[in-house]
Ligand binder design. Structure first.
Ligand code: GLC
Ligand code: CA
Length: 543
């Protein structure tokens, strides 16, 4: 496989609303991002994935776009974004844009026209159907944000289709004009010099609603090939598709370089592993660690030469990883470092979600009103109707709700965590006085410097980028250990994934003569004759 720049890169995701507010209106913005580029440069990342900054009524915080070629007023202007691209480029950082083209906002010009009449030239840009003979919804497809995927529009007496909120109508990808306009828009951004795209729920674009097919529609890969040729195919960019329904077989279809589709995808098997079959993340179950190890190992070994993995624990839709899979209390620092070690030595391109590098935690607002997220509110309503208690719903929201990831970045210990001088759009996590960037930068042993070291190691060692993966201790529910190897070297990674002491003896092939400890999360060096791993202890040896 020909080597690509994005294989040895580390990506950092910015959620614009929560990153940094430069003009003190309580909302993060592009100038705020520019002011923190040196911080990101210091961390060592190569790429910024920018969650949507386009014009939007912000029902879903920008994942509902009303103009793909304009910037939301609260985030700044087109000049600001051009400056961000330039300033980032001075630091060798590329910007990848979020491409949200499964749907638009209902305030997009296309939809405003589309809904006007059945013979409007834009009618067929969206998916409209008559009610059934009994006057009911066309079929029983549900929205991913709960409730029916169909909303009735009085004006023309038809339903339109939306896989997310009613204010996010789905585009009709069978319409060639729609596709051409999207490709033009993508070229508009590529011509500005962006480094690629993260493609929002891209596996849903080839839906066939009459056959009730939503994900992985039959024409999906034909469409992506068409997009590739029409837009980024001859440019050296990173493209990553968000595909909740992918298996390794499907992942190869997207990311096998011979097929000319995408660079890689986000798959979610390691995330949905503890979700309920019916109620999903709002009824989480305990994690089966052996299963979890199996899933990660499967993706590592199955995507070898015919595809490429993305590596991530968190994003703006997921809970904070230290709260979810580590310990946000006593062992916050150790467990956050352990999780980082575990992920960053895997084969693939790592993604860091803003705040992860300082170990930001989930938040527990007492009142539902303090939550902003549309998904949280929609599910609260639905599940309460379905018989969940208020207490159970709040618990589920505390564990898995999306606002956990969206509280403002904790820059320092001053009011509003240094994010803004006014009250932010979403409350800051009350723990900002002890968890913030300023403190992290002052402490040599902080989670920040652990991430920085992991990123630097990836740059130094091809083995981390390209080496083969092999899981060790498959049947051990407390230790996640693996080996990466290439022709010259081996890397042994050992992680205690529990808060307990776990008996462990280093394998014989590690000796002080042939091996070098390259990272650890306890200050002292683990000794050759260790008998136990301490809570969340993790380290890696180069052999
Ligand atoms: C993706 C985004 C999520 C958004 C949804 C609809 O899953 O990551 O934030 O709500 O798509 O665009
Ligand atoms: Ca602002």
């Amino acid at each position: 496989m020909e080597k690509k720049w994005w294989q040895s890169s580390v990506v950092y995701q910015i959620y614009p609303r929560s990153f940094k507010d430069s003009n003190n209106d309580g909302i993060g913005d592009i100038n705020g991002m520019i002011s923190k580029l040196d911080y990101l440069d210091d961390l060592g990342i190569d790429v910024i994935w920018l969650s949507p900054v386009y014009s939007s009524p912000m029902c879903d915080n920008g994942y509902d776009i009303s103009n793909y070629r304009d910037i939301a007023d609260e985030y700044g202007t087109m000049d600001d974004i051009d400056r961000l691209i330039q300033e980032a480029s001075k630091r060798n950082i590329k910007i990848i844009m979020d491409l949200v083209v499964n749907h638009t906002s209902d305030e997009h010009f296309w939809f405003k026209e589309s809904r006007k009449s059945k013979d409007n030239p834009y009618r067929d840009y969206y998916i409209w159907r008559d009610p059934t003979d009994d006057g009911l919804v066309p079929n029983d497809i549900d929205s991913i944000f709960s409730g029916p995927a169909w909303t009735f529009d009085e004006l023309t007496g038809q339903y339109y289709f939306h896989l997310f909120d009613r204010r996010q109508p789905d585009l009709n990808w069978e319409n060639k004009e729609v596709r051409d306009k999207i490709y033009d828009m993508m070229n508009f951004w590529l011509d500005k010099g962006v480094g690629g795209f993260r493609m929002d729920v891209i596996d849903l674009i080839a839906k066939e609603v009459d056959r009730k097919i939503t994900g992985n529609g039959p024409r999906l890969h034909t469409l992506l090939k068409e997009m590739n040729i029409a837009t980024f195919g001859d440019r050296d960019v990173l493209t990553v598709g968000e595909t909740w329904g992918a298996t390794p077989e499907i992942a190869k279809m997207y990311s096998d370089p011979k097929r000319n589709e995408l660079s890689m995808i986000f798959q979610f098997e390691h995330i949905t592993i503890d979700w309920d079959e019916v109620y999903g993340k709002f009824k989480p179950k305990p994690l089966d660690m052996l299963e979890f190890k199996k899933v990660i190992s499967k993706w590592q070994t199955e995507l070898t030469d015919e595809g490429w993995n993305s590596l991530f624990w968190s994003n703006h839709d997921l809970p904070r990883i230290v709260s979810k899979r580590g310990d946000e209390g006593l062992y916050r620092v150790e467990s956050a470092k352990m999780l980082a070690t575990l992920l960053h030595f895997l084969k693939g391109t790592p993604y860091i979600f803003q705040g992860e590098e300082i170990g930001m935690t989930n938040v527990k607002f007492d009142s539902l009103e303090d939550y902003d997220d549309i998904e949280t509110h929609n599910f609260y309503k639905k599940n309460i109707k379905d018989g969940f208690s208020h207490e159970d719903m709040m618990k589920a929201i505390w564990e898995n709700g999306r606002d956990n990831a969206r509280t403002p970045i904790q820059w320092d210990s001053t009011a509003n965590a240094g994010f803004s001088s006014t009250k932010p759009w979403l409350k800051v996590n009350p723990n900002y006085k002890t968890i913030n960037v300023e403190l992290a930068l002052e402490d040599d042993n902080s989670i920040f410097y652990h991430y920085k070291r992991l990123i630097a190691l990836r740059k130094e060692m091809d083995l981390i980028v390209y080496g083969d993966f092999q899981l060790l201790l498959e049947e051990d529910p407390s230790i996640f250990a693996y080996i990466r190897s290439d022709a010259e070297n081996k890397l042994l990674v050992v992680c205690n994934v529990t808060g307990n002491e776990i008996p462990f003896i280093l394998p014989d092939f590690i000796s002080p003569i042939n091996s070098r400890l390259i990272i650890t999360n306890y200050n002292d060096q683990p000794l050759k004759d260790i008998q136990n791993l301490r809570p969340y202890e993790s380290f890696a040896y180069l052999i």
